[in-house]
Design a protein around this ligand. Sequence first.
Ligand code: GSH
Length: 119
Amino acid sequence: MTRPTPLLNRCITSLQKSCSRLLGSGASHTTVQRFDDLTLYHFRGCPYCRRVERALRELGIEIGKRNILSNRDNEAELIQGGGKRQVPCLRIRRQSQPDEWLYESSAIVRYLRTRAQQT
Ligand SMILES: N[C@@H](CCC(=O)N[C@@H](CS)C(=O)NCC(=O)O)C(=O)O
């Protein structure tokens, strides 16, 4: 068989990239990164939480999760630490500094994207 020309090679590479972008948009990562400093406060049925959970899957990030409806302690922890009863909320533990409690799904997804790129 004859070898593909450089132009054909470039076309194949470009097609492969487009396909993986299209297929990858809803797919999960094969490699998973675990971030032990992050915890997501959430509850089932919350559309904003689903948005964050989808981003976690797409980015291949695994973190701890605390459901505030199924566990009153989790709810109390969120209100006391974060200041309000709103989910999703991402708790970010920092060394020798107070924890950060990040509200707003769009801000959480942005933060997760940055973290995924750092490693
Ligand atoms: N703009 C916020 C909206 C979050 C939101 O409205 N969450 C609802 C649950 S879906 C909530 O926590 N409401 C307060 C409550 O249920 O007490 C975001 O994008 O995260």
